[in-house]
Ligand binder design. Sequence first.
Ligand code: AMP
Length: 193
Amino acid sequence: MKSIVVFCGSSDGNDPDILEAGYHLGRTLAERNITLVYGAAKIGVMGKVAQGALDANGTVIGVIPDFLKVKEVFHSGLTELIITENMHQRKLKMHELSDGVITLPGGYGTLEELFEMTTWGQLGLHQKPMGILNTNGFYDSLLEMLQKMVDQDFLKQDNLEMLLTAASVEDLLSKMDAYQPLPIPKWIQSDQV
Ligand code: AMP
């Protein structure tokens, strides 16, 4: 992987380990010469990831729609800042620039970005490794929900397994490096198709 897009909160949250994990992820990507692609904010977990990468002299590309530049306090010290017209273009641009996806704790925006990538993966539109950094079990209940979708035949086990999870940055990057995409079958589970 030469570049990874990171989705995470524009808020700080209240678990300092999560901010620390974000900073450590940024540093680690830089140390491995992996370009960080992200939503360009200077605030929240997003800001920590970027700062970690910049402090280790990494390459950081921020992508932000014009109307969010002030609201999300864009980072003016990035290697490159790409301004898009809207949220859809932002997501597409981040996708085009990256060959892996990592999600850290966040809110609605983070989940929206992650699940757009998993649904595109499920449709066979990309085969990138997608990882969740599950710091302090933040995503345990979401992973339980996804397992329930499998148990109730709304989601295929193979498609659940497209989503890699680990508690540490190092383990997650190892899993992503080793990831072998499976052939994409139909994702709909119904007798009528
Ligand atoms: P949040 O997890 O809600 O703090 O949001 C994290 C990031 O996701 C922020 O940069 C939001 O602007 C971004 N975001 C929110 N909704 C969307 C969306 N529909 N498409 C792309 N990015 C989004």
